[in-house]
Design a protein. Sequence first.
Length: 528
Amino acid sequence: MQKLPIGTRLALGFGLLLLLTLLNTGLGNWQLQTATESTQAIIDQPLAKERLISDWYRLIHSAVRRTTAIAKSTDPSLATFFAEEQKRSAADTTAIQKQVEGLMVSAEEKRLFAEISELRKGYVAARDEVIRLKRDGQAADADKLLESTFLPTASRYVEGVKNLLEMQRKALDQAATPIREANDRARHLMWLLGTLCLGVGVACSVLITRSITQPVSRSLKVAQQVASGDLSVQPSHLLSTRDSRDETSHLLQALGTMQNSLTRVILGIRQSADSIATASAEIATGNHDLSVRTEQTAASLQLTASSIEQLTDHVKQTADSAHTARDLAAQATEVASHGGAVVAQAVSTMEAIHASSRRIADITGLIDSIAFQTNILALNAAVEAARAGEQGRGFAVVASEVRTLAQRSAEAAREIKGLITSSVERVEDGTRQVNEAGRTMEDIVGAVQRVTTVVADIAAAAAEQSQGISQVNGSIGQLDQMTQQNAALVEQSAAAAQSLREQAERLTQTVATFSLSAAAPAQVLLPG
């Protein structure tokens, strides 16, 4: 056995096990195929009939409950409400009955099916009559027919379908019995073959294990010495003549090659670990300096962001004040415009008063002229009365009174004229002042409008400045966030460099645990 290669030994052992397993699997598949065919036969006939008859039985129960509900209900429209469902149920029942009829094989099945068919005819006739009476409003007759004819007929009909269903279920149980027996036989046989496979496997494993473990244990000693860090061991002294054609000899040679390769790798790792430690120390120092500068930059950015935020608040306040001033200027414009209109109206009124005063002065002058002429006429009348003597005395008295009245009218007219003249002068002064006030209000309105325009421009500029400063503030915030992220990355890089340095130190310490031969890094050659 030990002269054979390990692969041949394993192939023989596993081949025997696979042969027995294949035999066991073939027997199991044959039994499974037999059980499948038997099960399919049950599914094709008995199970299909059992399912159809079960559906038939369920439809009958629903139809009987529905017809009973129609007959017992006080609602006459219930028959119409269930008409479509009843029609569909009757069609489904007829279809199932035709399918079941084609599956009836034995004489007992055919006999029982014929009885059920006759019972269904009576059931359908009684059901239709009950529904017709209920639909026509003859509730008492419908209830009487339900109790006397429909329910007994339906009970026999349901009982017949139930008997047919129980017959099919018994047939299913009978058909399943041979399948269970065949499964039991197959299971016992497979257990027997499995036990045989187990015994053969145990025997093969013991023989093959003994032929492999002894040479492998020698190789394991070499591997353990290498694993402990002793690379000075020479595996060549463990080789024997009988192992020369065995895989274990190749394993020992491979271990020797591995020992030489590990020696070269350890030397390279020592040099690389020293270089990594030096480089990581330099990286850690540079990262520390960069971290300090980044933190200083972040602090400056935070101060700048704070100042920008304060400036943003001030600009926003200025913009709000400009908007308020613009609104106030607009209101002042409206007030000034309204004042200008009022002054213009006052000018018009003063001009009308001035014209009326002049008209009154003219009328007063006319009255004065009339009084003067009346005085002259009265004087003439007095002269004529004097000439008339005694006869004109009464006329002279009247003329004297008229003259007196004319003089008083003239004096009153002169006084009124004086007052009117003074009033006209004052009205002219007032008109002139009102005109000047109107021109002044027009100047004020123009100035307020110009102020409104300037304030609106200031408000728009302040709003644009506020928006621009807000954008600058947002950009500075993003820059601050990026700077903080960079600072975090620098700290992570510093931590990674420190970790790399520590790992390099641990790697150097780990490599130092290996003991190299005096000939390292020379290659150790093994015979064979």
